[in-house]
Design a protein around this ligand. Sequence first.
Ligand SMILES: [Zn+2]
Length: 249
Amino acid sequence: MPLESTAAIVLKSFPYGDTSKIARCYTRQFGKLSVIAKGVLTSKTLQSGYLEPMNCISLSFYHNPKRQLQIFSKAEFSRPLLSLKNDMKKLSYGFAVIELVDRTVRGEEPHAELFDLTEEVLSVIDMSTDHLNRIFWCFEIALLSLLGFRPHLSECPNCQKGMTEAFFSLGYGELVCSRCISGSALSVSTEALTVLRQLKQSNFDSLDKIVCGAKVRKELGGFLAEYLSFHVEGVREVRSLRVMERVLA
Ligand SMILES: [Zn+2]
């Protein structure tokens, strides 16, 4: 079995027996994979601490593509997240990020851009002091774009006319104009549509320029959650998002 090394983000981990630990990781080179770290809970080295959710690590493991569980060799931090784990609000957003990625990525399919985006957003959450919600929405929109579900925000995809306000059609899965709604739809106001366009054009550094009030924030959070759960299977079950809504309410 070859010894491989890759950048990885720990998605989930749990003890296995009295002495070992299993960790599900999203890796830059191999997509999602699980490793078993034998004896790590009793060893005097600190290796067990690297295999905690949200940690961005450099992971070495023995790779056998025929096995579901790979054998952990060692790890070290690649990007230390110094404040994320000591702040309830940041922690909630961090968990929502990795849970979304966990639900979105299937198996050992590498996607370097998605990996880099996830690592970047965790770092940005870690270092930010404000507007965590805008960081998270920006991540959701970038994630949707990488998955091929970038929402249409300017022209109605049905009649190609410009939209000043929009309606998320629960049957069609797209934002459409008032003339094209059929069936039940969630309305997205002119203000919320403007913020969505700004978020789509922004990177994580320029989010402080986006201003939005409480009503628009509620509208945006609701629309993005609906849109994601329509397009990405399993997102409705993202527990961290529900926990976060309670924490932030
Ligand atoms: Zn239309």
